[in-house]
Design a protein around this ligand. Structure first.
Ligand SMILES: [Zn+2]
Length: 550
């Protein structure tokens, strides 16, 4: 059997979190309000109303387009996209057709964990276009009871509910709170080659939206939606240029299948995996398929046929006559997008010396990245004040930056571990979100410095961290350490007394050690640590044990 390559293009829709809707002054709040409260003549599509574009939505779209490396068009316009559906009473959606805000961008995905065999180390995914449009109303399928439908509130039906009686009929409720919410569509080139790449692409976009502050992009809430175009093609029998596939002589391209109704990152991965398997099986039997739209079914974990695909000509696009063209490039010169996740990850690795794995985790939320930034700036200041590190903070002649000395690398490794495993872990146990964390960065940095300087051991440092988290107020770790006696004992007098006791209490083990059974030293240190309730400095204990046993 020939080998096949999955050719995947993704269409992402993301709702912007502007104050007001796209073409009217209604509040952009489709989730909290009761149905049909944030509505007006414009978003209800009354005849004769005039749409007025929301400038902040255009600015946000320019930010997204710039973050994705797009060319920002000098001139852009809105177009009407015609189709009939109950969530769209105008029978057209105001969207953008041939002059989107941005075009021809790209996004780089990195895969440093090698999660899968045959996975590329990194992938550059072309961005075809970034355009702005309006969201539609939200439909909810409901059940009503005909015998008491007059004047009685209709019941909402959730996905698990079923009609109670034969007389129950299905109704559909329309909520216009979502109608007219600004929606950005991002179309990728068919450069994605696996389910994992598709999932990573969606996750990276979500992070970019959050870094830009333009959307929370929660897939479960429908703030971010994903559709995938998937087709398997025979390796070596087609060419791909600027996102367009062309068959080589004697080969016919397999049609695209569009997969909709994907509501989570996991579903992105599962739906594409399923579709690749399904198409592989068809090709294996010598069969092919028609261009169609399929929907992902969570219940059966399968894609199911919905309809055969219409072409873009069916939408009868034409320029929106009520909105004049606008100039995104002029807007772009005035907006700043700040540091993006990829750059921040790289800087965390280079500047602070975190491993790539830690850099990934620590930049996965803008609030966390800020926190880490503050912790590290405290630690760097502390490090520079240490006498033994003066030698390594001299600036590098070439980069004008201090090179990472061993001390700084050790400290970064320690801080990375304490941030990603101890702090994140303890916060997860207590269901504390970074946004409500009471432990200030300077106090967390101080705790890491205490551990680094051997003033407290790991066990006691975790107790201090637990107290800092549980107190609900901002506590000083040094104060807790001193008050509770958690500090490490390196006083030779105190440790000497403990070591004397150990030598007295374990004569058999001492004799065996002296006879050459070296591993017993670990046991003896362990006993001394236990006797000190974990407070003794193990290095001092070992040194004294060896001296006293001579
Ligand atoms: Zn409105």
């Amino acid at each position: 059997m020939p080998s096949y390559i999955p050719i995947i293009g993704l269409e992402i829709h993301v709702e912007l979190k502007t104050k007001s809707k796209m073409f009217c002054r209604c509040a952009n709040n489709p989730f909290v309000a009761t149905p049909n409260t944030n509505i007006c003549e414009i978003c209800l599509a009354h005849p004769g109303t005039l749409p007025v574009p929301n400038r902040s939505a255009i600015v946000d779209t320019v930010k997204i387009a710039r973050a994705l490396g797009c060319t920002i068009n000098a001139e852009s316009k809105f177009d009407r996209k015609h189709y009939f559906y109950p969530d769209l009473p105008k029978a057209y959606q105001i969207s953008q057709y041939d002059q989107p805000i941005g075009e021809h961008g790209e996004i780089v995905l990195t895969f440093n964990h090698a999660q899968e065999k045959n996975q590329r180390d990194n992938a550059t995914i072309g961005i075809t276009r970034v355009h702005l449009e309006e969201d539609t109303a939200k439909l909810t399928h409901a059940v009503s009871h005909p015998e008491r439908s007059e004047g009685s509130p209709r019941q909402r039906r959730d996905s698990s509910a079923t009609p109670q009686k034969d007389s129950d009929v299905g109704n559909t409720l329309v909520d216009f709170n979502r109608a007219g919410v600004p929606l950005v569509e991002i179309v990728s080139e068919p450069d994605v080659e696996s389910a994992l790449e598709a999932k990573t692409y969606c996750q990276e976009l979500q992070l970019i939206f959050r870094y830009l502050g333009v959307s929370d992009a929660d897939m479960e809430k429908g703030q971010m939606r994903c559709e995938a175009n998937v087709s398997l093609q025979e390796a070596g029998r087609f060419t791909k240029e600027r996102g367009t596939l062309a068959p080589k002589a004697g080969y016919k391209l397999n049609p695209k299948v569009e997969v909709k109704n994907i509501n989570s990152f996991r579903a992105v991965e599962k739906a594409i995996e399923f579709e690749v398997k399904r198409q592989t099986a068809l090709l294996g039997k010598g069969e092919t398929w028609q261009q169609e739209t399929r929907g992902w079914d969570e219940g059966t974990q399968a894609t199911v046929h919905q309809r055969f695909k219409e072409t873009s000509a069916d939408y009868r696009y034409f320029p929106e006559p009520d909105i004049p063209p606008f100039e995104p490039l002029k807007i772009a010169s005035a907006v700043s997008i700040g540091e993006l996740p990829l750059a921040r990850r790289e800087r965390f690795h280079q500047e602070y010396g975190f491993s790539y794995a830690d850099s990934y985790l620590l930049t996965a939320e803008p609030a966390w990245a800020e926190y880490v930034e503050n912790v590290m700036s405290e630690l760097t200041a502390w490090l520079h004040a240490l006498p033994e590190t003066h030698a390594c903070v001299e600036k590098d002649k070439n980069t004008d930056k201090p090179p990472l000395c061993k001390t700084a690398q050790d400290l970064a490794r320690l801080a990375g571990g304490w941030l990603t495993s101890k702090l994140m872990g303890a916060m997860k146990e207590r269901a504390i979100d970074i946004k409500i964390l009471k432990v200030k960065p300077e106090n967390f940095a101080e705790l890491v410095a205490l551990i680094y300087a051997n003033r407290v051991n790991s066990t006691n440092a975790q107790k201090i961290l637990a107290e800092m988290l549980d107190s609900g107020v901002n506590l000083d770790p040094t104060h807790i350490m001193e008050e509770k006696g958690y500090g490490q004992i390196s006083d030779t007098g105190k440790i000497g007394a403990i070591v004397d006791d150990i030598i007295k209490n374990y004569p058999k083990q001492i004799a065996e050690f002296k006879a050459g059974k070296e591993p017993l030293i670990k046991f003896l240190i362990g006993m001394a640590m236990k006797a000190s309730e974990g407070s003794a400095d193990p290095q001092v204990v070992e040194k004294m044990l060896r001296e006293k046993m001579k």
